[in-house]
Design a protein around this ligand. Sequence first.
Ligand SMILES: [Fe+2]
Ligand SMILES: [Fe+2]
Ligand SMILES: [Fe+2]
Length: 400
Amino acid sequence: MNINECFLNLSRSLDFSRQGLMRHHQRTALIAAKIGKAAGLQEEELFELFQAAIIHDIGITSWQEKAGLGTFEIDAPWQHCRRGYELMQRNSSLNHLAGIILSHHDHWSGANPSGLVKHHIPLASRIIHLADRVEILVGRNANVLDQSSIIMEKIQRFRGGLFDPDLITILEEIVKRDSFWFDLISPWEKECLDTIVPLRRIPIETDYLLDIARLFAQVVDAKSSFTYRHSQGVAMIAKYMGGQIGLPEEECALLEIAGLLHDIGKLSVPTELLEKPGKLTVSEYNIMKQHAYYTYWLLKPVTQTFPLAEWAAYHHERPNGRGYPFGKSDEELEPNARIITIADIVVALREERPYRSSLGWDQIAIIMNKLMAVEGLDKEGVSIILDNQRELDQKWSALS
Ligand SMILES: [Fe+2]
Ligand SMILES: [Fe+2]
Ligand SMILES: [Fe+2]
């Protein structure tokens, strides 16, 4: 697995907003990596800086909060720093990034809720803070070079206040190259990052990928109170079904990963749609349908070791060919994709929705049997669910 590629692609899910798919995390990571390199960071530190920068705003839960951070001087950015810190701290593979995320808006001169000031603020946090503020100053509609001196003047006004003065000196040096600015709006932004951040390829470690998947699942589930444990639930059921079918433990863990990430594309859907108390209009439903498409493309580059994107993103496909968004046919859907589909349906029926309460097992059985007859849902998979209701309920209530 190429970790850079994995982080880079999953982080795109954090960049959806009312304006569409922005590239805030990638561009911030690119600026941060350039400052870090010029500051003389070693390979290991540079890699850590990249990892933190590419997900620095992971603690944001709403588009409204995200929009607020688009203004240069922000009153209270601490909430998303604290939330991001907590998410990272709970994550055994990524907790070394927690402190960096916590302080990524810390003012150089203080006072900060982290209690840190000046050189006590982690260097990576100071770099991300500066990179982040440069990034939001780059307007999308004007020539980037035309903006450079205005952006730098604004940044320089906060030397020694918001920002570490030494880092500004480094920035002043690197922005003299036109390519610094061209890179920010370049379609080859990813390639630019690859030239700076040391490439990390590791053999696939399932536990590591599981931890990353858990992190993003928490971000997706936090988007609406109706789905606060949806991804977790789908992952749990998919893993359980795999076990019942007799799949090896390793494959069950991969199913769990696919379950955790199956709705990552939902970060492209406005919360109002997820929480609309009535039926969606045709155009609202068209927006909703995009989520499975985005899941596919967010996950496709993450790993080539197993078909993660195909298992995760086909959960609204149906064996009768009437699903979305790819209109896959029976032969094109592999067994593990069908498992995620069934897990998703059961969890959705078991959950409350803004327009209905949670359904009981009798109703679920009627619906599942109907879907089996009409849409071709897998008989074996449906039986596993309907035959193990009590055990599933227990597992369900044990979810946090
Ligand atoms: Fe932030
Ligand atoms: Fe940011
Ligand atoms: Fe979905």
